[in-house]
Structures are given as C-alpha cells and as structure tokens.
Design a protein around this ligand. Structure first.
Ligand SMILES: O=C(O)CCC(=O)C(=O)O
Length: 291
C-alpha cells in the first residue's frame, strides 16, 4: 500500500483480553486489528460467494456505486437493485464498483446467525445489527464516518481489503461536506491532490490491509476509506458510542441531519449538493487560514 498520507500502520494483536482491549484501545480510542477474535467462527470456512448464492441468491439487494450522488436520490438511497445471485455473478466475472453496503443479511436468512459468535471483548454489541458489506475487485468505499458514531468491529471474512482511517481529531483537514458524513467528492484518497486540497497534508491517519479472519476495531466516529483489492466481504458488529458528544451527534444525525438533507435535496435540487461541495473547501481553508 502506498498512500501519500501521513499514516502509521494499525497495531496488530493475536488474542487480547477484554480488560487489556479496553485499557489499550477503547479508552484511548485507538484502532487495532485483532487476528484471532473470530477463530471459532464457522462463517470463516462456510461463507463464500457460492454459499451466499445458494442460500440467498434470490433476495433483491440494494447496491451503491462510486458516482457522486444527485438530488434525485434520498439520503443513503441505493443507486441500483439486483438479485444477490446476479450481483455475485457480476463481481466474480469482472471488476465492478457496485457494492453492497450495511445490508442485514442475517435478518433475511436467520440461519446464518449460528455461524458467527459475538465476541466477549468488553463492548456491548448490538446483536440485531451484524451488517454485511460486499465489494468487487477495485471498488472503493468513499471516505466517511458512520451515522451512529458507533464503536465498530469490522470483521473481514473473504478476500483482501485495504483500509485508510482517520480519527475524528483530523476532521478539520479532511474537507468535510456540511450536513453529511463524507468528504469532498473530488478527493481521490488513493492518490490525493495536495495542490487542490492542501489541508490533507496535515491529516494523520492509520492504514492496514485486512485478510480473512482479521477484525479491525474502529473507535467512535473514525473516518474510513476502504479499497477492495479482490472481490470480498466483511461484517461489522457495533456498540453504542460512549462519549456524550458522539452520542449527541448520533442522535442528531439519525433525526435532524437526514431529514434536513432530504428536504434540501427536494426543494433546492442539485444546486444544494453543488453548494455543499464548494462549502467543504471554503470552510476548511477558512478555518485553517489557507488562501
Ligand atoms: O468495507 C466496506 O464495504 C464498508 C465498511 C464500512 O463503511 C463500515 O464498516 O462502516
């Protein structure tokens, strides 16, 4: 991985006790990859694309691509829908930027629940929300943080994936788009243009490459950008944000932010989205005194 950003490699541990995990990573809100947390998961051996096609090929799934959104779409509305089996055929036959994002496959196929074990790691994980993420070779998940600012265990189960992440402290350098949880659409985080986006030079982040069985702990509100080096999938387990500031933002995001966004898109159309892109640059440069 050859990111131009100022990054350090995310620490890796094999096994870790809940006490040590809390002390070394949750309390200081530091990311870590835990290599053996899911050693006993049947999903690691059983789940692959053929298996998903067999048990869930007929389900219609929402898909997202990498094109900037237009005002015709509501907040987080998928750009495409397809039978899961057809999508699997597509990503196995050619590179595609179509991704399955935050999909609760276990709700659709509850028998899958028995193949995963919620780890005892000192986080109170939501048992009903193991979300599935799937991507084709080369697909990229734009830089964002999650609406609930949860503590996330991102369990990688198949393929190879690269992760570039930044703590919330770096938001001021990342050209955050107003009333959204993403950065300016024109930034290519695989090859950033520091002339056009000079504040990015100051951002300090972390990177790693995930292989099947790796669990990435992403603390509250961490920005993340993922690149699928091969077709692959992961699931994420989440626990509520603990910091009052983050909890308050999570509540605001799921209620007001989303609502405001849908109203503005409806009444102002694409000019609202264009305004926000420009504002992400203007606000960042103004706050940092960059002319
Ligand atoms: O890896 C992916 O496809 C997206 C992961 C993600 O955005 C998340 O875990 O919140």
């Amino acid at each position: 991985m050859d990111y131009k950003f100022n990054t350090q490699s995310i620490e890796r541990v094999g096994d870790i006790s809940p006490k040590e995990f809390k002390r070394k990573y949750v309390k200081p809100q530091k990311p870590v990859v835990i290599e053996h947390l899911t050693r006993d998961w049947e999903a690691l051996n059983l789940w692959d694309f053929d298996y998903f096609k067999h048990i869930a090929g007929e389900i219609t799934v929402p898909l997202y691509d990498s094109k900037p959104i237009t005002a015709n779409y509501k907040y987080n509305e998928p750009q495409a829908k397809m039978k899961f089996g057809e999508y699997i055929d597509l990503l196995q036959s050619e590179p595609t930027d179509l991704r399955l994002f935050l999909f609760n496959l276990i709700k659709e196929r509850p028998q899958l629940q028995q193949h995963i074990n919620f780890p005892s790691i000192g986080l109170r994980l939501f048992k009903s929300l193991p979300f599935l993420f799937v991507g084709g070779k080369g697909s990229k998940v734009f830089m964002h943080y999650d609406i609930d600012l949860a503590n996330i265990l991102h369990v990688h189960l198949y393929g190879k994936k690269e992760c570039l992440i930044f703590p919330p402290s770096e938001t001021k350098y990342l050209y955050k788009v107003p009333n959204a949880l993403k950065t300016n659409d024109s930034i290519d985080f695989s090859n950033p243009d520091f002339e056009a986006f000079p504040a990015l030079k100051f951002a300090k982040g972390f990177r790693t490459q995930l292989h099947p069985g790796d669990t990435l702990y992403m603390p509250e509100g961490y920005w993340h950008y993922m690149t699928y080096k091969t077709p692959g999938f992961s699931i994420s387990l989440r626990a509520l944000a603990r910091r009052p500031k983050h909890l308050a933002e999570a509540l605001y995001n799921v209620s007001m932010m989303r609502l405001k966004e849908n109203i503005m898109r409806k009444f102002k159309g694409d000019s609202w989205l264009i305004y926000k892109q420009k504002a992400s640059i203007k606000n960042t440069h103004k706050a940092l005194n960059i002319s």
